[in-house]
Design a protein around this ligand. Sequence first.
Ligand code: F6P
Length: 342
Amino acid sequence: MKIGILTSGGDCPGLNAVIRGAVLKGVISHDAEFVGFRWGWRGVVEGDFMPIERHDVRGLSKQGGTILGSSRTNPFEGEGSGPENIQRMLDENGINAIIAIGGEGTLTAARRLTDAGLKIVGVPKTIDNDLAATDYSFGFDTAVEIATEAIDRLRTTAESHGRCMVVEVMGRHVGWIALHSGMAGGAHAILIPEHPTNIDQICEWVESVRDRGRAPLVVVAEGFHLDDMDEAHSHKGLDAFNRPRLGGIAERLAPMIEERTGIESRDTVLGHIQRGGAPSAYDRVLATRLGMASVDAVYDSAWGSMVTLRGTDIETVSIAEAVGSLNRVPESRYDEAKILFG
Ligand code: F6P
């Protein structure tokens, strides 16, 4: 069997560990052959791929990024796209199945292609931990570690100056990175998209920290918006593709806090630092296990399925279960964290 692997969407620490896990499992247990499509679905549409041999994955589990490259190309758009063209390219090159590693967009495309008869298995990838049907996704733990370290560092400089620090972390639709790094770093307020809050409440938390002689630390997810701000105004306008520009919320909150409380405030945006570098040990193990399981799913002909983490077990679910709904921070988890605010 010849299996093609692709990594698509925003990158995430652990992608290379999935590739290594899949290749080692496939070669050792099934005598499989592998190719890697370059730049996500773009490589599939353009028939651009390279062989991946066992020696190519040596030492790969600790390497950040993806050796295959990634993009947000849609396999239903442009020349060479669509199920018929893709199937023809696979047949011409003797590729029997695809393992698609990606998030919501990648898996939605994989599902549509599978519905049209292509043989695809999905591996969930989201640094934000926003995909339903998996308890955790690799990359998330690494991002939380990086954000927590940043919060710890910001705390000492904040305390030295008696300032309020507002730290913006990733989280387009959900606040998992903010919640976990904020709890781990002892934040005085955690602001997430699932729970819009008003500026008066935020200032109340900040002032109560100042009144105890401490420097307030606020962690905010990039997708958060104040509850008295409509969606359009919570972002910095639209980008070149007409999408709401994300981020910039910390930059807006810090002066609002300073103006209302009189506490000197600074903002820090962690940005893509959270996606770069080596994966944590937890993410390496999770990604390796998911990669190995994806090959088993291929040999089980489980087309249209996705490998997933349930508790401590790796299972398979249908991709349909994973797409179309978000893994949001539940009310109970936010209420639990809120006890520590202020
Ligand atoms: O979806 C993952 C994510 O890292 C979001 O947290 C963030 O908003 C977005 O991707 C950034 O995308 P890009 O790398 O295309 O700027």
